[in-house]
Ligand binder design. Structure first.
Ligand SMILES: NC(=O)c1ccc[n+]([C@@H]2O[C@H](COP(=O)([O-])OP(=O)(O)OC[C@H]3O[C@@H](n4cnc5c(N)ncnc54)[C@H](OP(=O)(O)O)[C@@H]3O)[C@@H](O)[C@H]2O)c1
Length: 325
């Protein structure tokens, strides 16, 4: 038996609660993992509250990230006792996820727990930090270097935003943080932001082109914000887009692309191939200071995760939440 958050749906009504389930109810998979920690991402909060169409089949155990220890395996790649990490692959959306004491998974979705981190630290990073790393790697590949000018991070107090600031600043970039919570300025500066701007400057409908302000950007907000970020990106710059906290739409024009050679690079963490995941986690191990992880993170138990999911969607959570089993 194991405890899990279970989301059930009857007609239009979604119910969510903690339940004790039997191992025989676990889905198919070649590896069974005892979950040490999971985390609450924006997507998990949408799934738990039912405010976004994240869950594709019911009943569902949410949780797109987990770190744990292999209990049983019929895969040659993993043995009982191995420490493993999972991010994405539709887990917590189409396949039972990490907000549970146990999970059964496909071995191809797992990577070995990175040696630089404890299980708790990998969940403090979670999909948010791993996605921020993928976005930073994309800016690097596109040639956005620290000497080319400022880099903007939107959704600065969120999980992706917090890690994007920490990683960019560690790499020597001058980071501008856009936030709706200026009262958290000290936290953002501690992460490495050199300038803080009000997200209101970017969130209203804007012009197709604006004064060139940043060489690159990492945007987890979408909608008018992303349109305004593109409009103010300097000639030849790149914007890595990974989120939709303001909206799924992109009310932009082709002007930044055809008049300034700006690149809009999409970031998807969910289906990333194994080798790129390993590389992203290797870079995270190289760049993140474990002390900084503690500053970004609060730890809760499974019983508090449902309430915290609501707070997260209200924009009241700063940084990351680890759910410890
Ligand atoms: N592509 C991928 O693979 C991938 C992976 C991870 C996450 N994501 C997406 O990235 C986004 C951020 O994820 P997260 O885990 O960092 O979420 P989060 O912790 O909730 O952070 C989102 C942040 O966005 C800002 N924000 C919220 N509502 C806003 C609004 N209406 N207008 C402007 N800014 C707003 C807030 O920052 P301030 O308070 O500082 O303004 C908030 O802290 C989500 O849309 C998520 O689905 C995508």
């Amino acid at each position: 038996m194991f405890k899990a958050i279970l989301i059930e749906k009857q007609e239009a009504n979604q119910r969510v609660g903690i339940q004790t389930l039997d191992d025989s109810q676990l889905p198919d998979g070649d590896v069974t993992v005892r979950v040490d920690c999971s985390t609450l991402n924006y997507k998990d909060a949408l799934a738990i509250t039912g405010k976004g169409p994240v869950v594709r089949n019911f009943p569902m155990v949410p949780g797109i990230d987990l770190a744990g220890t292999v209990e049983e395996s019929s895969s040659a790649d993993y043995q009982p006792g191995d420490r493993v990490l999972l991010n994405g692959w539709g887990v917590g959306e189409t396949h039972w996820g990490g907000l549970a004491e146990k999970a059964r998974l496909e071995s191809r979705w797992l990577i070995p727990l990175p040696s630089a981190f404890s299980a708790r630290q990998t969940m403090a990073i979670g999909t948010a930090g791993y996605t921020a790393m993928l976005a930073v790697m994309t800016l690097e590949r596109q040639g956005v270097a620290p000497d080319q000018g400022d880099v903007l991070v939107t959704g600065a107090n969120g999980g992706v935003g917090s890690y994007a600031i920490a990683l960019l600043s560690r790499l020597g970039y001058r980071v501008i943080a856009a936030t709706g919570r200026p009262q958290e300025a000290a936290y953002l500066r501690e992460l490495g932001a050199q300038q803080i701007i009000d997200r209101g400057e970017l969130s209203a409908p804007g012009r197709p082109l604006a004064k060139e302000r940043w060489a690159g950007a990492i945007d987890s907000v979408g909608s008018h914000t992303l349109a305004n970020v593109l409009a103010a990106t300097r000639y030849g710059g790149t914007v890595a887009a990974c989120g939709l906290a303001q909206g799924m739409d992109l009310p932009s024009s082709v002007a930044p692309f055809i008049l300034r050679g700006v690149t809009l690079a999409g970031i998807d963490s969910v289906m990333k191939p194994y080798s790129e995941r390993i590389e992203a986690w290797r870079r995270l191990g190289e760049l993140l200071d474990p002390g900084q992880l503690d500053a970004i993170t609060q730890t809760i138990g499974l019983d508090d995760a449902i309430k915290q999911a609501e707070e997260l969607l209200k924009g009241k959570v700063r940084g990351r939440i680890v759910v410890s089993m």
